[in-house]
Write a protein that binds this ligand. Structure first.
Ligand code: SF4
Length: 353
């Protein structure tokens, strides 16, 4: 009788599909709770990006190309909803109330935003609490005792959040107090070592999960952050478009001057990606020799476009020629062909962002 009552309790789990959140889901599901996973697409997920690049015919590396949240959901037999928050997320990224981490990662605001969404989903589904894979002390920005509290408070989720991996080190939450989950069957993991989680994964039969050490978010990447800061400085945050942010993910970037920058594709996949996201830019192509697709964004003067053409020529198979022919398509639909000498390395390297 008691078991039947317990099985009606539902929880929504924030599921990235990494080791920690996969374990958290399994621990709670094993206590007879109906768990529904939610996975948020911020637009900055490295794995999603790699999958997209692979779809363009050129995987950037040999990393996993599947959606890890769906993989975890399939393994534990729980439904997973993928929610696209990339549009709304732009303002979190540009104006985080709690600032950035070591790169341009607004992790505190990000967690608050996602938890608010999860709470709404919890209410819509008639679920009773929220599960996360957070581990006390694992991440300096969001998983210290005081930041956990701050995030609980500002998200409005408070004691609704159960963190099964560290629950024994934290005050009892609603799910424990109500007896929906047995606190004794939760864990006391803390710190950056993943060894306890790996051992638990072994015990639970979880062998197929992404490497815990791998980065998963563009916003924590130092190279990406450098490009973001350059864009904020020269274009401002207010008029930032989604396409501009997308373009930061690929290619070689060159700051030509305060008016304009150039982005040069590094392979066929990046050329296609840039072509798909060329909105508002000058598009430069090499018609006579194999070469990169190059975009010029900002408010370039004709000499800026020629400078970018010189950079494009440098990365083309015509780099040893005196002149390389470059086709230029402008945002207003104009079209012209110019011949430029490939730009020398020292000058181009100086402009590299
Ligand atoms: S690394 Fe930070 S900004 Fe990126 S998804 Fe995680 S919490 Fe959000």
């Amino acid at each position: 009788m008691a078991a039947a009552k317990k099985s009606r309790i539902k929880a929504v789990a924030m599921l990235s599909g990494g080791l920690d959140s996969s374990l958290a889901v399994k621990i709670v599901a094993d206590q007879g709770i109906d768990v529904v996973g939610v996975n948020y697409n911020t637009g900055f997920c490295l794995t999603d990006h790699r999958r997209r690049m692979a779809g363009l015919g050129r995987p950037q590396n040999s990393g996993p190309l599947r959606n890890e949240a769906l993989r975890a959901g399939a393994q534990w037999r729980i439904p997973v909803e993928i929610v696209d928050i990339s549009g709304e997320y732009l303002s979190i990224f540009t104006e985080p109330k709690h600032g950035y981490g070591s790169a341009v990662n607004p992790c505190i605001d990000c967690r608050i935003f996602m938890l608010r969404k999860t709470r709404r989903m919890m209410e819509d589904l008639g679920a009773s609490f929220i599960v996360t894979g957070e581990v006390l002390g694992q991440r300096p920005m969001t998983q210290m005792p005081w930041t956990l509290k701050l995030i609980e408070r500002e998200s409005g989720c408070g004691r609704l959040i159960l963190r099964p991996l560290s629950a024994k080190l934290l005050p009892p939450t609603l799910a424990e107090e109500k007896g929906w989950v047995d606190r004794e069957k939760l864990y006391d993991f803390q710190g950056r070592s993943r060894k306890p989680q790996m051992a638990l994964a072994g015990r639970l039969g979880l062998t197929d999960y992404p490497q815990p050490a791998g980065g998963c978010c563009f916003l924590t990447d130092k190279n990406y952050a450098r490009r973001v800061r350059d864009l904020f400085e020269h274009s401002g945050k207010e008029s930032l478009s989604a396409a501009q942010v997308l373009r930061l993910k690929v290619g070689r970037h060159f700051r030509l001057n305060s008016r304009a920058k150039a982005i040069v594709g590094r392979n066929e996949g990046e050329n296609l990606f840039l072509k798909d996201n060329a909105e508002g830019t000058f598009v430069l192509d090499c018609p006579e020799v194999p070469g990169p697709l190059t975009l010029v964004e900002g408010k370039p003067l004709p000499e800026d476009v020629e400078l970018a053409a010189g950079i494009a020529a440098r990365y083309s198979d015509g780099r040893e020629r005196e002149q390389v022919k470059i086709e230029v398509a402008s945002p207003d639909g104009g079209h012209r062909v110019i011949c430029v000498p490939p730009l020398g390395s020292p000058r181009a390297d100086k402009m590299r962002i």
